[in-house]
Design a protein around this ligand. Structure first.
Ligand SMILES: Cc1ncc(COP(=O)(O)O)c(C=O)c1O
Length: 397
């Protein structure tokens, strides 16, 4: 039985739209990520999962430890349900959430928030100032891991932290040590230009060598700079962890001595954007099904919904991929539509109204903002339905 037959059979009793997670694919992806990490723990990026039940399953697998959350309210909620060791990877200015963090002993023990300048410390101090019996806030220092060349005229990587050099990191660490109410516990330096940029992009023969050149240079530069930064901060304070990397960089990130753990999540669902890496392959695990509702002409079917466009710099690579049956493509004038999506191709000839088309999202967790649950498929049957964050009533971002 091929994958399409398996998915169709497992979900025959359901009316699309709905989303599924293929557990065999998830397990294989997780095992491969753990193999690539060679014993260094993988902190699961929750933004790329957005389902508590799935996070729990992943954390029970070998090689995974701790959560990288995307907002503080999310982290507070996860910890309130029993999850532990949550690093919030993006700075927060949420006063109520910061006050709740300082007021709750267990949350303050389990959650670490991100800072990259003293203004963040001011915001936190102001937010917690009214809390009586407040607990120490655990902090992680975010460091820019972007690649800069040609005297600053070329830059690759996410624009995140203003801290780039060891002395800047040590200065902020020293300031944190001087202020009361804070404890610096970690350093994070995420190399988006390697972890999130495929080095084998389809249809870009000229871009490919440029990407590979940039990534090779960046890897070399990071070994030195990240090492210096971590050493400088460790002279100011003991660190519990140094976090770096993402799905696309696991093997190079873990090779650095200074790095104690890698963050990754996308590889578990293996969305479309992660098809373009030389170093690893994965199994598409998270899919959504849309129903065929029209047949406007020969070689065209129209499915309901479909415009689940991924975040990032806009372009065709942000659209979901019509996956099964193979060979369907978007109508150039319409793309993935708000309420309906025409699909063209030979494969459309065999589809009837009520049939389903299976899609992959371009990114991982954003899919879960569209569905209240994920049907977990093992083999050719659904074994469970678990809620997404949205299904539990949460829309954090
Ligand atoms: C700080 C940080 N670490 C790691 C990652 C990589 O996550 P993933 O492997 O889920 O793509 C990201 C993604 O944006 C990130 O922002």
């Amino acid at each position: 039985m091929d994958d399409r037959q398996r998915y169709d059979r497992a979900t025959a009793h359901l009316d699309p739209p709905f989303a599924v997670l293929d557990l065999a694919a998830l397990r294989a992806n997780a095992a491969d990520m753990a193999r690539r990490a060679r014993g260094k723990p993988i902190r699961v990026a929750s933004k790329s999962i957005r389902s508590r039940a799935v996070l729990e399953r992943v954390l029970a697998m070998d090689g995974f430890s701790g959560i990288m959350a995307f907002t503080l309210p999310e982290a507070l909620w996860l910890v309130s349900t029993g999850l532990r060791d949550v690093l919030v990877a993006y700075p927060t200015a949420d006063r109520a959430a910061l006050a709740a963090l300082a007021a709750d002993r267990r949350a303050a023990q389990e959650i670490t928030v991100m800072v990259d300048r003293s203004e963040h410390l001011d915001v936190i101090e102001s937010a917690v100032s009214q809390v009586r019996d407040r607990h120490e806030i655990r902090l992680c220092l975010d460091v820019d891991a972007g690649y800069v060349a040609f005297g600053g005229r070329f830059r690759a990587g996410a624009l995140r932290s203003p801290i780039r050099e060891a002395d800047q990191a040590a200065d902020l660490a020293t300031e944190i040590a001087k202020r009361s109410g804070f404890r610096l516990t970690g350093v994070m330096a995420y190399e988006a230009q390697i972890a999130g940029v495929g080095d084998a992009p389809a249809g870009h023969p000229l871009l490919t060598p440029a990407i590979r050149w940039m990534q090779a240079r960046s890897r070399r530069e990071l070994i030195m700079r990240r090492g210096r930064i971590v050493q400088a901060v460790r002279q100011v304070t003991d660190l519990e962890f140094v976090n770096a990397g993402g799905t696309g960089s696991i093997e190079s990130t873990i090779r650095e001595k200074a790095v104690t753990e890698v963050a990754a999540g996308s590889g578990l669902f293996h969305p479309r954007l992660f098809d373009f890496y030389r170093g690893f392959t994965g199994h598409p695990a998270a899919l959504f099904a849309l129903p065929v509702v029209r047949r406007p002409a020969n070689g065209v079917v129209t499915v309901l919904g479909g415009g689940y466009v991924a975040s990032g710099s806009p372009g065709p690579d942000r659209l979901p991929q019509p996956y099964l049956p193979a060979g369907l493509r978007y109508a150039p004038d319409e793309g993935a539509g708000e309420v309906q999506t025409p699909l063209l191709g030979q494969a459309a000839e065999d589809l009837r109204i009520g049939d389903r088309v299976w899609f992959r999202h371009a990114k991982a967790g954003e899919l879960c903002e569209r569905f209240t649950g994920l049907h977990l498929i093992d083999g050719d049957e659904i074994v469970e339905e678990v809620p997404t964050y949205r299904g539990e009533g949460h829309a954090f971002l």
